[in-house]
Ligand binder design. Structure first.
Ligand SMILES: Nc1ncnc2c1ncn2[C@@H]1O[C@H](COP(=O)(O)OP(=O)(O)O)[C@@H](O)[C@H]1O
Ligand SMILES: [Mg+2]
Length: 273
């Protein structure tokens, strides 16, 4: 019972600077086991920095973080055994087939029956038909799905997905979203970072907005929407979108020419010149 009550992630007072640049100024959040948690923030907000600290690749300057009850600073080996990290750029081998990539990782992890493990994952991520093809022939969405499948080998209870759909076309994004939903249905805890409001809205049980080094809001989509009263037009209630909530909280100033939050409508207009 006690172990069940330990959250998958517990983050408190996390601070990190790169020389003069104070990126994290006291980040706090918890992630419940088996949930999908979205860390939402503009480009440069510090999302990857948080993920690197939680996955023991980077040390924080202050604060504490634990994964399944293991401290990232003092129990790094135990933390690494509980997690898997998929970065913004797919780490698959182009020369090998999808199946060969999976078998290779299963062998490296010294697991029994790598072929069966590979076939099960190919099936789960709808890659069976492409299993024997070289990855160099895969679409962006297929590569990212294969990357996620590879990171699941060895059944890590917690997976970090750092901007899993950045750079994908709309079809690829939907494919990856389905894969992320698949993960959660199997009980894997997911921390995903994104700069896309619609992605957080689609996938996450809870959404936290990282802005100027702190988590400025953290809640379910419904809770976030309640931060703004619904706009009443006669007798019809119009619910605010997550984008309305975000802009109301952050302000739509957009700092120093930094690429701001990408909205669905902005992307759509780019795609249809
Ligand atoms: N190794 C580093 N050295 C110096 N500055 C860095 C380093 N890594 C990241 N930064 C800076 O820290 C800020 C946050 O980066 P990052 O965590 O990658 O943000 P995000 O993932 O949200 O886009 C950015 O301004 C980035 O340029
Ligand atoms: Mg990043």
């Amino acid at each position: 019972m006690a172990a069940q009550q330990v959250p998958a992630l517990h983050v408190q007072g996390l601070e990190k600077s790169y020389k003069q640049l104070r990126v994290l100024r006291g980040v706090d959040f918890d992630v419940a086991r088996g949930s999908i948690f979205a860390l939402l923030g503009s480009n440069g907000a510090g999302k990857t920095t948080v993920v690197k600290i939680l996955s023991t690749l980077l040390k924080s300057d202050a604060g504490t973080a634990s994964v399944n009850g293991f401290d990232v600073a003092t129990q790094a080996a135990e933390v690494r055994e509980s997690i898997s990290l998929t970065g913004q750029f797919a780490a698959v081998d182009e020369i090998l087939s999808g199946r060969e990539n999976l078998v290779l990782v299963a062998r490296l992890r010294r697991l029994k029956d790598p072929g069966t493990i590979a076939d099960d994952l190919l099936d789960r991520f709808s890659l069976t038909d492409a299993a024997a093809r070289k990855v160099s022939t895969y679409s962006g969405g297929m590569r990212r799905r294969l990357d996620i499948a590879m990171s699941l080998i060895g059944d890590p209870p917690l997976i970090f997905l750092d901007e899993p759909t950045t750079g994908l076309d709309p079809q690829g994004r939907i494919e990856v979203w389905n894969s992320v939903k698949e993960l959660a249905e199997h009980g894997t805890t997911v921390l995903l970072t994104t700069q896309y409001l619609d992605e957080a809205e689609q996938l996450a049980d809870r959404i936290a907005i990282l802005h100027q080094g702190r988590i400025i809001v953290n809640g379910t989509l419904a809770e976030l929407k309640q931060l703004l009263p619904p706009a009443k037009v006669e007798y019809v209630e119009k619910q605010p979108t997550l984008e309305d909530v975000f802009l109301a909280i952050v302000g739509d100033d957009g700092k120093d020419g930094d690429a701001g939050m990408t909205t669905a409508s902005a992307r759509t207009s780019e795609e249809q010149p």
